[in-house]
Design a protein around this ligand. Sequence first.
Ligand SMILES: Cc1ncc(COP(=O)(O)O)c(C=O)c1O
Length: 420
Amino acid sequence: MPPDIHAPAATPFPIKSVRDRFPAIARAAPFIYFDNAGGAQAPQTVLDAVARQLLDSNVQRGARYAMSMAVDEMIAGARSKVACLVGADDPDEVAFGMNATSFIRLVSLALGQTLSPPRDEIIVTDMDHHANISTWQELTKTGAKIRWWRMREDKALHVEDLVKVLSDRTRLVAFTATSHAMGTRVDVAAAATAAHAAGADAFVDCVHFAPHGLIDVKAWGCDYLVCSGYKAFAPHMGFLWGKRAALERLPTFREEFIPDAPPHKIEAGTLVFENVAGMAAAVGYFESLGVDVAPLETSPRGRIVAALGAIEDYERTLSRAMLSVLSDAGARIHGVANANLAHTRVPTFCFSLPGVTPADAAQTMADADIGIRDGHMYAPRLMERLGLPLETGAIRASLLHYNTLEEVARFGEVLGALIR
Ligand SMILES: Cc1ncc(COP(=O)(O)O)c(C=O)c1O
């Protein structure tokens, strides 16, 4: 029997209070945000932190007056918050910057200088965002060799397949924690363990996973991890976490007066301070949700763990409901389609509709005040694997924990009308 989309979530989730914290939701109503994989909305606390930064200390860091020292303190505080979010002990392992792509480039350019045979192979996947593929492929110009960890027909990456590609030639494995196009989760810990067993580093693209689940760099054992703040309730910015020893070894470009130590050797020029302040507040948002769902939890990390546990539970309910309406509409779901496997995905759905182009489907949804996306999702390799033309691609509806079952039902109505 298909899951009842009106059934209550297994764990009560404070959806009303969550939605109340995101002013953009009420401002845009009745618009439905189902394009969250392109960027999430920001809670009021993040907006306040950005405004506060611009109002109270919009000056350069590093001087002796109070306002400038406040900027230094804000950045240090933000590093600690993000370290807590990813489960790291050392705030200096966190670097802030423009976005995830620029950090992938920074690490690949640096690592490229250290590659030499026989350890000159980089493993990439055919499920990743192109930023985490093409950037590594670029290194072939200076002698690197690319090996592929390919997804299986079940639209998942299996670590057994990675093990077959790993060897004593592998320098690094670059892979996503979760497919931004299809929502499939990857066993990051097992992949990092396999990479290390072969003497290679593990580079994790956590951009899509970050708003959906708990990041734990210690449990995962990865060496590098990138995130985009704007996918995780912060403003447009990105951050890189790396093991201190790995970052220390990276030969990054820096002016001679910049210390050859993380985080400064990883950060180029002046940060967008207000966005860094917003990122810290986004971590605070997870903590505040943790207070709601686990009032007895007192540690910041414990609250983040509780919040993301509740988010994962709630999002599974959304996933099951989406799978139900998509299968009712006869959609070809590219990704995990079995509701019993909802725990192996996040509520990001890539699909095609018989007889309807992705562009027409997205336009019809837009006309009905539902924001979704059509196209190649910046994943040309994946489109090729799925047998979809790059020009038209697929349809993607991507939900976050501020979405509701009522919104899924409305999406289902428009979908139903579309295929009739
Ligand atoms: C999984 C994934 N990786 C990398 C990126 C690139 O991130 P950014 O826009 O921060 O450079 C995106 C953006 O959509 C993404 O979804």
